[in-house]
Design a protein. Structure first.
Length: 365
């Protein structure tokens, strides 16, 4: 059945910011006087005065709310038109003033739950989450389904140490919509607790679905023991300022910021004193191990012949390996330095093996 022409016309006339502000709360982030980006996509630039957007990282763009729903959220044309025709929109300037006032006076409130979670369950099972993990999350009240317009969302809930909801993250069962519920305190993450309260292992994840995927993987590889660890998702860890990245021997090291440490301490209050003592006792050894792994310095400097790149390996502060290469360009020099910490063990082992084999061959000849 074809959509009425007047409905399509009405949908095309909806301003993007008039749609985003009330129906994707918290998404708009002001960059300048007439430019915004979104919380979910920092490279998506919106110009309200022209009703245009450009998604830089994807080389896509468009005009108005309809193009946004099609391009960014992946909705079908029919679904997007129907959604925009159902909404009661308020001009952006009025909403912005009201939002500032309401943010001062209104507390965090969870979206109204649906009577069932069929759409959310189907979506998450399609993403590979096991029924057992799903049942646990639903029974614990940290996962449920809500509906806005004709669209259903998964709601992932973060609770404080007393079990009171303090944050929530929504993920659309259709399209690519995702966003925090207004008023969420992100230091309270999505937590699936271990069955044994004495457990001293916590797996830290970026998003709730990642945590559920980790639990599913453990269930299928270690049958019946998936709740042998805690699973904690803080949601937008890097963007929220909970972690920062640093290179180390085996890849990328994630380091807690003061805000991230505060969030983990909220969780730590649920760990028994005996386990806290055990963690504290082992912490110095773990810190020493990380410090040792970080000793793979790399640097570069420009010379008359190009760019000299120096790659080194240290053990206990003493240099055990050093190599200098000439790169043709600055970009190549930087790339060598960036890759060195993760490639160093393999390269060092290969060089030592090759030199050792050559020495053995000389002795045998």
């Amino acid at each position: 059945m074809r959509l009425p022409a007047e409905n399509i016309k009405a949908a095309r006339e909806v301003q993007l910011v008039d749609f985003l502000n009330p129906y994707r709360p918290g998404e708009l982030v002001r960059k300048s006087r007439d430019e915004y980006c979104t919380k979910s996509h920092s490279s998506l630039r919106i110009t309200p005065s022209k009703n245009l957007f450009h998604w830089c990282s994807q080389s896509k763009g468009g005009r108005g709310a309809l193009d946004y729903l099609l391009t960014v959220e992946g909705m079908s044309f029919r679904s997007a038109v129907m959604l925009l025709n159902e909404m009661e929109l308020i001009p952006f300037q009025q909403v912005r003033a009201a939002t500032v006032e309401s943010s001062r006076t209104h507390d965090f409130t969870l979206p109204r739950p649906d009577k069932n979670a069929q759409a959310a369950t189907a979506y998450l099972m399609h993403r590979g989450i096991s029924p057992k993990v799903l049942r646990y999350c639903l029974n614990e009240g940290i996962l449920y389904q809500t509906t806005r317009g004709n669209y259903r969302n998964c709601v992932f809930v973060g609770k404080d140490e007393g079990g009171v909801p303090r944050s929530a993250f929504q993920r659309g069962c259709q399209g690519t919509y995702r966003g925090d519920v207004t008023g969420s305190q992100k230091k309270y993450g999505f937590l699936m607790q271990a069955e044994n309260p004495d457990c001293d292992t916590v797996e830290l994840y970026e998003a709730p679905i990642d945590a559920m995927s980790g639990a599913t993987l453990r269930q299928y590889t270690d049958i019946g023991k998936w709740r042998s660890v805690h699973y904690l998702a803080l949601g937008g860890l890097k963007e929220a300022g909970f972690i920062r990245e640093a290179r180390h021997l085996e890849g990328t090291l994630l380091i807690l910021t003061p805000q991230g440490r505060e969030s983990v301490e909220m969780f730590a209050s649920r760990i028994r004193a005996s386990q806290t003592e055990k963690l504290n006792a082992n912490a110095p050894a773990w810190k020493r191990r990380i410090r040792d792994e970080l000793q793979m310095p790399a640097s570069w400097q420009e010379t008359d012949n190009g760019f000299a790149v120096t790659l080194r390996a240290l053990e206990g502060g003493a240099e055990i390996f050093s190599m200098t290469l000439t790169a043709a360009t600055k970009a190549q020099a930087k790339r060598f330095c960036e890759r060195w910490p993760s490639r160093a063990p393999f390269l060092y082992q290969t060089i030592m093996e090759q030199l050792g084999e050559a020495e053995s061959e000389e002795k045998n000849s």
